[in-house]
Design a binder for this molecule. Structure first.
Ligand code: CAA
Length: 381
């Protein structure tokens, strides 16, 4: 594997790093505390090309590859995981599917404004009774003439409270199960769409999450992406792409916790020496850095496969599984290295710990990633 970065990849990484340090770092702790959505910085990220990194310039994006996308998310997540997930959902879960499966007209209308950061995109698959079992959806879309009438409830919608446009999945022929699901682009300004209460979350608190309901909500056929039965496969392949973004978010969180631990270990003294001199601390630091490096290799590998247009379902699942569990492990150890100071809200380590947990849950739990990997290994269902 050759991870020598191109000039463009280095440039977007440096741009994301500088933006995160200069513009996000000063507000990260405050928005975690208040749960306020960071409109101003997200708008600036759109202007910088960070909201549609892999989308061509023709449709408002930066025209870069998946490794460039991963490098940028990693830098943003190192400073604020909330900004990173808003960015990841817009880039992967919203833009990627339309770019892959939409018509030129749909790309012009629905992709370009979100890729340019002028509109915020979200993704609506989960329902109250169906999280991991994504095929078990109750939302229905009934075709009347050339209009779909949609009824249903979607839950845990990242950016739901602020989204202008949402990739929405609904059953058109429920008796056909997966093969009877369609994918639509919902416009949140149309009648029949409503947002529920914001979820009070443990972490990623500045990213807004809510339930969204559709009541006799009408969409023209021109808002359907792909054929009527393509929805489930579109959802799965969009999630493959999304999992690389979440893995990169987890990597950024883990790196932040690791760097804080190294700095603290060199500065804190106990029993007459710096704690960095104790083997107990050294072993934690060694394991942290090894797991982070392994995560990075898995993520970059998945990104390169995707950019090469090879199947990357298994690699994305491995990257997300390993990087998210690494983020949880590293942030737990980071608090241990810091002792009581790590448990205090005066340092960011406890925020990294709270933010890490969701990476093991959304866009497919660790259990679902293991299922996807095992099915690939065993050629089984
Ligand atoms: N790409 C393309 N097609 C795929 C695919 C993939 N990665 N995975 C499966 N499919 C196809 C299968 O080939 C099959 O097609 P056929 O009917 O033609 O054979 C069809 O989809 C059904 O597949 P399965 O039989 O494997 O489906 P399943 O019911 O067993 O479910 C699953 C598989 C992997 C468990 C899937 O349901 C899944 O990924 N669940 C997790 C859902 C998830 O990640 N939700 C996250 C919500 S979004 C979110 O979290 C956003 C956020 O807030 C940030």
């Amino acid at each position: 594997m050759d991870f020598q970065l191109s000039e463009e990849q280095r440039a977007i990484r440096d741009l994301a790093r500088d933006f995160a340090r200069n513009e996000i770092a000063p507000i990260a702790a405050a928005i975690d505390e208040s749960g306020e959505f960071p409109y101003a910085t997200i708008k600036k990220m759109g202007e910088l090309g960070l909201m549609g990194i892999e989308i061509s310039e023709e449709y408002g994006g930066a025209g870069l590859d998946t490794l460039a996308y991963v490098l940028a998310i990693e830098e943003i997540a190192k400073v604020c995981a909330s900004h990173a997930v808003i960015m990841s959902v817009n880039n992967s879960l919203y833009c990627y599917g339309i770019n892959q499966f939409g018509t030129a007209e749909q790309k012009e209308k629905f992709l370009a404004p979100a890729a340019a950061g002028k509109k915020i995109g979200a993704f609506s698959l989960t329902e109250p009774q169906s999280g991991s079992d994504a095929g078990n959806m109750k939302t229905r879309a009934v075709l009347r003439g050339d209009t779909y009438v949609i009824n249903g409830r979607k839950s845990w919608i990242t950016s739901g409270p602020v989204a202008d446009l949402i990739v929405l999945f609904a059953a058109t022929q429920p008796e056909l199960k997966h093969k009877g699901t369609a994918c639509f682009i919902a416009d949140t300004s149309l009648p029949g769409f409503a947002r529920g209460k914001k979820e009070p979350k443990l972490g990623i608190r500045a990213s807004a999450t809510c339930e969204c309901t559709y009541e006799n909500y009408e969409l023209p056929v021109s808002h359907r992406i792909g054929n009527a039965g393509d929805g489930f496969k579109i959802a799965m392949s969009v999630l493959d792409a999304g999992r690389i973004g979440i893995a990169a978010q987890a990597l950024g969180i883990a790196e932040a916790a690791y760097e804080a631990s190294v700095a603290y270990a060199k500065e804190r003294s106990a029993f007459g020496s710096k704690i960095a001199e104790f083997q107990a601390i050294q072993w934690m630091i060694a394991d942290m850095s090894t797991r982070i490096e392994a995560s990075r290799l898995l993520i970059y590998n998945a990104a390169l496969k995707k950019s090469a247009h090879e199947k990357f379902t298994r690699e994305a699942a491995m990257a997300k599984l390993f990087a998210s569990e690494t983020a949880m492990w590293v942030t737990t150890k980071a608090i241990q290295v810091h002792g009581g100071a790590g448990y205090s809200k005066e340092l960011p380590v406890e925020r990294y710990f709270r933010d890490a947990k969701i990476t093991e849950i959304y866009e497919g739990t660790s259990e679902i990633q293991r299922l996807v990997i095992a099915r690939a290994a065993l050629d089984a269902k």
